[in-house]
Design a binder for this molecule. Structure first.
Ligand SMILES: Nc1ncnc2c1ncn2[C@@H]1O[C@H](COP(=O)(O)OP(=O)(O)OP(=O)(O)O)[C@@H](O)[C@H]1O
Ligand SMILES: [Mg+2]
Length: 286
């Protein structure tokens, strides 16, 4: 594996002890499994603007506060220095958001450090100690489990909004599942709920995507107006982290057996792994 230059700096400075593997080359960043003081962590190395895709679009940037006025002026000028400053702000946005959300108890990977375009995060670990699977990878869910995970995630969306944030790219691809339940990742595009004019639409899209995903397993979750409900409570100043949402089920009154849910998911994952193994073996035989 070729060591990316940004990680090389961190290795040389002794911030990280070694690179174990490439986890993912995504649209916006490359994610590596690294060792830091004997522990496995994630290092998210952001791509430069010209290698990135849609998410730096103006709609996500609107309302972001740039505290340093010299930097703000430079960014408005679109000079090379201005573009550089804009990059720095985009890169540090995820770090700041994760810190704020971890502080209010949203389940996100704990941010450890941000240094020269590299974000160091706790590893969200799966069964084997390696990276946890994404919700997308889990396969079939029972309607019961779909309901419980959906309610858990709506609760997290509400917690984020109470802290002033909308994720704005929430989907089964940006949610990992560890032994205690869902963990939300990938925040560079998160928007300021109060200052961004698109916040309502983005929140409703996030919530609708959760409904679509879990609606595949529990059709009654499709097209429920949870997004509208959450936004109405927020706008009227009545939203708080424990707000009861109605939809058609009173999710607050459900007994949430998260351990049972995770057992079911683990067995679904094991089944999927066995299926994949069998497929590979069959391919080798042919
Ligand atoms: N803290 C973490 N623990 C475990 N795995 C992680 C962690 N952070 C990221 N990953 C893995 O790396 C992948 C990419 O991370 P992320 O979504 O933050 O970057 P991205 O560049 O936006 O990728 P994508 O384009 O796929 O959305 C995730 O789907 C996940 O599998
Ligand atoms: Mg992602």
């Amino acid at each position: 594996m070729k060591t990316p230059p940004r990680l090389l700096n961190l290795l040389e400075e002794g911030f990280i002890d070694g690179i174990e593997a490439t986890l993912k080359t995504g649209k916006e960043a490359e994610v590596y499994l690294v060792r830091v003081q004997g522990e496995l962590c994630c290092a998210k190395v952001y791509k430069d603007a010209q290698h990135r895709s849609f998410r730096q679009a103006a709609i996500y940037q609107e309302g972001r506060r740039v505290r340093d006025s010299r930097r703000a002026r430079a960014m408005n000028k679109h000079s090379r220095y201005g573009r550089h400053e804009q990059e720095e702000v985009w890169h540090s946005a995820e770090w700041m958001t994760l810190q704020a959300l971890a502080q209010v108890g949203v389940r996100v990977p704990r941010p450890r450090a941000f240094f020269e375009g590299v974000l160091l995060l706790d590893l969200v670990a799966g069964e084997d100690g390696g990276p946890a699977p994404r919700l997308h990878d889990v396969g079939m869910l029972s309607p019961e489990v779909a309901h419980i995970l959906h309610a858990e995630l709506l609760r997290e969306v509400v917690r984020m909004l109470c802290a002033g944030y909308v994720h704005a790219d929430l989907s089964e691809y940006n949610i990992l599942l560890d032994a205690s339940g869902p963990v939300i990742i990938d925040f560079p595009q998160a928007v300021d709920a109060a200052a961004n004019a698109h916040a309502q639409a983005l929140l409703q899209r996030d919530v609708a995507r959760l409904g679509e995903f879990f609606g595949r397993f529990a059709p009654d979750l499709r097209e429920r107006p949870y997004g509208e409900e959450i936004w109405a409570l927020y706008q009227s100043g009545h939203l708080h982290p424990e707000s009861e949402l109605t939809g058609h089920v009173a999710i607050e009154h459900r007994h949430i057996d998260l351990r049972g849910v995770m057992r079911e998911i683990r067995s679904a994952l094991a089944e999927e792994a066995a299926r994949q193994r069998a497929l590979r073996e069959r391919e080798l035989d042919e």
